[in-house]
Ligand binder design. Structure first.
Ligand code: OAD
Length: 230
């Protein structure tokens, strides 16, 4: 079976990373417009660097590790019975730490920064500041977070749509269905005949488009669901 799994912030919640729309529309006490838009970066680059530096430090702190939901997906891929592609909206690396290999980070990655001139990405495991220069240009150019902000095009869309048009099962885990194009993936997969299953704490914005719903913490209910697969 070909399986496309779309994951959102909810899959990392049990690892201790706060979701975006937890309560009050703020992301870790910041307005999304200030820290997740090109305009915000233009207006106050230091605030944006500092914000992602904090997210990165949190991600790399000893207390943060993959939870049973990340691990269950990695094991599904490793078993080799099914062809599994994980498309994540998350910028953390918890899927990879759990062992997932076939993955697309459609909203970018916290542990990479990107040269503003060449577009080349560089590993970023330490704080990044406005003074840092890329190693790929002479003279060195400014680095920005390798994160897709509102108003920017998500990454690898062609590959994603190709997989959606050819999958038997579309599984959405821990996403509120507020942000497009990811929120449109269920309609796309269904148009091509896939079975669509939603795993979330509560009904998402796109819940009515799914064939089945499993409501509960992903760390518990995902592995139970995967055991029902042929
Ligand atoms: P949201 O924060 O909007 O939604 C998280 C969803 O996960 C909610 O529907 C929660 O009910 C659910 N949830 C929370 N804990 C869960 C758990 N333990 N098990 C299962 N589900 C749980 O996050 P996303 O939908 O990922 O974009 O947000 C999409 C995009 O909006 C993000 O990638 C980001 C953001 O702005 C960019 O930065 C471009």
């Amino acid at each position: 079976m070909k399986i496309v799994v779309l994951t959102g912030a909810g899959i990392s919640a049990e690892s201790g990373i706060q979701t975006f729309r937890a309560s009050d529309g703020l992301w870790e006490n910041h307005r999304i417009e200030d820290v997740a838009t090109p305009e915000g970066f233009m207006k106050n680059p230091n605030l944006v660097y500092q914000f992602y530096n904090e997210r990165r430090r949190q991600l790399l702190s000893p207390g943060i590790s993959p939870n049973p939901a990340h691990i269950a997906l990695a094991e599904l891929e490793k078993q080799g019975k099914h062809e599994v592609l994980v498309v994540t909206q998350n910028i953390d690396d918890l899927h990879e730490r759990a062992g997932t290999q076939n993955i697309i980070h459609m909203h970018g990655e916290l542990l990479l920064s990107r040269c503003e001139v060449s577009g080349i990405t560089h590993e970023a495991r330490q704080d990044v500041t406005e003074e840092d220069e890329c190693p790929c240009c002479t003279p060195g150019a400014r680095l920005r977070p390798h994160v897709v902000w509102f108003g920017e095009m998500p990454l690898e869309m062609e590959r994603i749509y190709e997989a959606l048009s050819d999958c038997d099962l579309f599984l959405s885990i821990g996403t509120s269905g507020n942000v497009y194009p990811a929120a449109g993936f269920v309609a796309e997969a269904k148009a091509y005949g896939a079975r669509a299953v939603e795993i979330n704490l509560e009904a998402s914005m796109t819940a009515t488009q799914f064939d089945e719903h499993i409501y509960g913490p992903a760390g518990t209910v995902l592995s139970e669901f995967l055991m029902t697969l042929p």
